[in-house]
Design a binder for this molecule. Structure first.
Ligand code: FE2
Ligand code: FE2
Length: 297
């Protein structure tokens, strides 16, 4: 008999766009970069499923690069040094964050080092952390990662569009591509940044809402795009938190601790194949894994 999780979770391989798309030729394996980006990791369940699944997914999908958003990894808010190191030890190449970035202050010295973790590039210049990072794929190709944060229904930040322009000129010319994590609330905001960077970024993938959107696509000039990759952690709750706590605060207005939920623990990721010669995407597909089936089936 199928478990509850198995019946709910699927791998969206049918979402792969054909390699014969006009103007796009399929690169040979030597020229392709297979990039997995994992959406907001929530609490210990999210860290556990990530660490269990990534080594398997690396092999199953022949991944060249794995980047995760870890802004909710420590009990729902922020990330610690121990979690960062644990993710790195389990096959994660780089970490992006978001509005919860500084909740655990111990991460600040790591953000200020050359460790593969970055802050949103449109935070004020005084904010701790680097604005972009270069990771090296398994075949030795430099690949850049940029983090930007939205301004709609979010705390004030500088303009993400101008920030993108500013740092684009700083990125090393010798690179296989660029991944942009757009940590934002509004789908319209995310679509606009996707269009703004179409042809410049290899992928613009959204995070922050914790809900996977079914709009993965390759934009006209070759940028892979998706409004939100979704959440990695317990789905039996309200975007990763216990129903009862969220309900209590909603109905009584009394603040409660929004403890991390339990159950239906899944990894939500998106796999983008990039042609390292053109820096453009040739395919994009959603990848969902539940904790009991880390093989990604
Ligand atoms: Fe988040
Ligand atoms: Fe967030």
């Amino acid at each position: 008999m199928e478990s509850r999780n198995e019946s709910r979770v699927s791998n969206f391989n049918e979402g792969r766009l054909p390699d014969s798309k006009a103007g796009v030729t399929s690169p040979g394996r030597a020229d392709e970069i297979r990039l997995l980006f994992v959406g907001d990791i929530v609490g210990k369940p999210g860290v556990d499923v990530t660490c269990k699944a990534i080594p398997v997914l690396r092999e199953q999908h022949e991944l060249d690069l794995v980047v995760v958003n870890g802004e909710n990894a420590e009990n729902g808010s922020g990330i610690t040094k121990a979690i960062f190191n644990r993710l790195r030890d389990h096959g994660v190449d780089g970490v992006t964050l978001g509005d919860h970035i500084y909740r655990k202050r111990e991460i600040i010295p790591i953000l200020e080092s050359d460790a593969p973790v970055i802050r949103p590039a449109n935070y004020p210049p005084e904010a701790p952390g680097r604005e972009w990072m270069t990771l090296i794929t398994t075949s030795g190709v430099p690949f850049c990662v940029v983090s930007l944060i939205g301004r709609v229904f979010m705390k004030p930040a500088d303009c993400p569009f101008h920030a993108a322009d500013r740092i684009w000129s700083q990125l090393p010319k010798k690179r296989g591509g660029v991944l942009v994590d757009f940590h934002a609330e509004a789908t319209s905001d995310k679509q606009l940044l996707g269009r703004y960077l179409d042809g410049r970024a290899s992928a613009v993938l959204g995070t922050h809402t914790h809900v996977t959107t079914a709009d993965e696509q390759i934009l006209p000039s070759g940028t892979a795009f998706q409004c939100d990759v979704g959440m990695t952690g317990p789905h039996d709750g309200i975007i990763g938190r216990r129903y009862d706590r969220v309900m209590e605060t909603t109905f009584t207005q009394r603040p409660t601790s929004f403890n991390v939920a339990k159950g239906d623990n899944r990894l939500s990721g998106t796999l983008v194949v990039v042609d390292s010669r053109t820096h453009k995407a040739v395919s994009i597909e959603r990848v969902k894994v539940n904790e009991d089936a880390p093989q990604g089936s």
